[in-house]
Design a protein around this ligand. Structure first.
Ligand SMILES: Nc1ncnc2c1ncn2[C@@H]1O[C@H](COP(=O)(O)OP(=O)(O)OP(=O)(O)O)[C@@H](O)[C@H]1O
Length: 267
């Protein structure tokens, strides 16, 4: 099957509040796919549905040909083993060294002998340029380096699907570029598929093969980064060119300013 993840006619809400509706998305194998949209548009919720932390009210999410919400606990656990996840903020265990952080999933999910774990961890740290920082703790490295350790940890088990939730948040421009390039390199070196949830147009467009734009729980535009840069869709234009007003209004809806200032002429 050419798509590692397929979302079909998906409906999801928290309680009564609908978050995603009639959602269809494809994530082809080997690609880096960006899911973009404003705060609260439902991006993280999509990752949680793919990871099976949430179940849809209707429709399906399939990963590797299996409908996620129909799996029993053992099958879901086995599927999750194929997924790597970089959570928002990419929090590391603060009292463990970079080495121990990356070793953690290997010790948790495999019975590999210690020498092999040792070598695998050094290879992962080497891939993110931090082999020589193996014995440092998060408080002893920069935020950008910590994010790279978190990347190494996310790919420790050679996942076939890697999900990144806002991997560029809080990084300086140089670290952002380094992180973006690493996401692409790790994807291609491992032959995996990456889903990148981000607000950051510049970094995401630089490495993504395909982009989905999500607004109010629906896909409003999709295509290659080049196609999205040329798009005349009002939401995409507002997002890509960082315009303050457009389909996403600058003003929180409500009374007009004139009404609030008592200047509205009554007819
Ligand atoms: N556990 C929850 N219970 C109720 N509502 C929630 C819960 N988690 C998220 N929401 C709401 O669902 C909506 C979508 O949230 P989600 O985190 O998927 O958005 P997002 O696009 O990832 O936003 P951001 O970029 O700000 O992280 C938001 O309005 C949020 O307030």
């Amino acid at each position: 099957m050419s798509n590692i993840v397929e979302i079909r006619d998906l409906q999801f809400g928290y309680g009564e509040r609908s978050i995603l509706s009639a959602l269809d998305m494809d994530f082809p194998r080997g690609k880096v796919i960006a899911v973009m949209g404003g705060s609260g548009s439902g991006k993280t919720t999509i990752l949680r549905l793919i990871g099976g932390q949430l179940s849809p009210q209707a429709g399906t999410v399939s990963v590797d040909g299996q409908v996620v919400h129909k799996l029993d606990t053992a099958a879901l656990y086995a599927l999750r083993r194929k997924m790597g996840m970089l959570f928002q903020g990419g929090a590391l265990f603060t009292d463990l060294t970079a080495f121990e952080n990356v070793a953690f999933p290997l010790r948790e999910h495999t019975d590999l002998p210690p020498e092999l774990i040792h070598n695998l961890v050094l290879l992962k740290l080497n891939a993110v340029g931090l082999r020589n920082a193996a014995q440092l703790k998060p408080s002893e490295i920069s935020g950008g380096m910590a994010r790279r350790v978190a990347l190494a940890r996310a790919v420790a088990l050679d996942p076939s699907l890697i999900m990144y939730d806002e991997p560029f948040a809080g990084l300086d421009p140089i670290s952002m570029g380094v992180t973006a390039n690493l996401i692409r390199q790790l994807n291609d070196a491992l032959g995996s598929t990456s889903i990148l949830v981000s607000h950051d147009i510049h970094e995401s467009f630089a490495i993504a093969d395909y982009v989905y734009f999500l607004s109010q729980g629906q896909i409003v535009a999709q295509g290659t980064p080049a196609e999205m840069l040329e798009s005349t869709h009002p939401y995409v234009k507002q997002f890509v060119h960082a315009e303050s007003d457009g389909p996403v209004p600058f003003h929180y809806p409500g009374k007009s300013l004139a009404a609030d200032l008592g200047l509205e002429v009554s007819r």
